[in-house]
Ligand binder design. Structure first.
Ligand SMILES: [Zn+2]
Length: 316
């Protein structure tokens, strides 16, 4: 009976904590209430509280789905390519991006000014204006090698790969202003017909957060090309009204990389027909309903499971 009383106490504590700090998230915690090894001391461990706050940051009461947007290209026939955003949750894992180095030869002085940055103040985000389905990060990275156009940037990212074209501390020509070029690291998102734009945004956010930590930069250092030269770039994100959402993704990644490098998160969709284990809402998900998911958290050998539910909200 005594043990049962403790469980009841824990249950009400969860209700109180849950109602206090999870207004946006339907936060269902069940399993660890029945973990015999739990004690009150574990429950109030500040690290676990931080983890719970982090999970609540990732959770959404509703996920926007079936939202139309456009890609923009300079190629004939790909000037304005319609696409659909089915939505996602930004399931965080503490895995590193694999960066493929394709550093442009120094002999190509159109691409490599050969000068180092005296200081790093910005991370400058771009997206390509080439929407044909062949214009992947891989293709763009290889084409820059022989380019005679005076344009260069440090990383090219899409939904599958990350390529590096310049050394990390080298100046590139991408921001359209001396301030942006001399003090900024340029990231180009390759956005083309058929890309999973949400995944490309998440991967770009992961890279951006990693660079912020490398150079001790805050979120105010993350800039659009537009902020330096007025060029309408990153056009796809700006036209779709998703710049703020990108900054939120960067902050989730930053928080995760800074504080939870020793914590393992294993996500599992409990609505496999609607959402995959990466948090991606599937195109077959339909217009309404809800998704449930579970995250197993491993912190210092202690395992806890949390469950959440999110509604799907179709925008058309
Ligand atoms: Zn740009």
């Amino acid at each position: 009976m005594k043990k049962r009383g403790l469980f009841l106490l824990l249950f009400f504590l969860v209700l109180i904590v849950g109602s206090g700090c999870n207004k946006d998230a339907a936060f269902i915690e069940a399993e660890y209430l029945f973990d015999d090894k739990e004690t009150i001391a574990d429950f109030v461990d500040p690290e676990w509280e931080k983890i719970e706050e982090f999970l609540a940051l990732i959770a959404r009461k509703e996920i926007d789905t079936i939202d139309k947007f456009y890609l923009y290209g300079s190629e004939v026939g790909y000037e304005k390519v319609p696409a659909t955003n089915y939505g996602y949750l930004s399931f965080y894992t503490n895995t590193d991006l694999e960066i493929i180095e394709e550093i442009v030869p120094l002999s190509n002085t159109k691409i490599r000014p050969g000068k180092m940055r005296a200081n790093t103040k910005y991370i400058v985000i771009h997206n390509t204006g080439m929407a044909s389905p062949v214009m992947t990060a891989s293709r763009l990275s290889k084409s820059i090698n022989n380019s005679t156009r005076q344009a260069s940037w440090h990383f090219t990212v899409d939904d599958k790969e990350v390529y590096q074209q310049l050394l990390l501390d080298e100046i590139g020509w991408h921001a359209g202003s001396p301030e942006g070029n001399n003090y900024g690291i340029g990231i180009e998102m390759a956005v083309y017909q058929g890309i999973d734009l949400n995944m490309a945004m998440r991967r770009t956010a992961k890279l951006t957060a990693w660079l912020m930590l490398q150079y001790d930069l805050g979120i105010e250092s993350v800039k659009r090309h537009y902020d330096f030269s007025g060029k309408h770039c990153p056009q796809v994100l700006m036209e779709a009204g998703r710049w703020e959402e990108f900054l939120e993704l960067v902050q989730i990644e930053y928080y995760g990389q800074k504080y939870f490098s020793d914590v393992e998160f294993i996500w599992e969709s409990l609505s496999a027909e609607l959402m995959d284990n990466d948090g991606k809402i599937l195109s077959t998900s339909g217009k309404s309903g809800s998704v449930r998911y579970r995250v197993l958290v491993n912190y210092q050998g202690k395992l806890r499971t949390f469950e959440f539910v999110s509604g799907l909200k179709a925008l058309i």
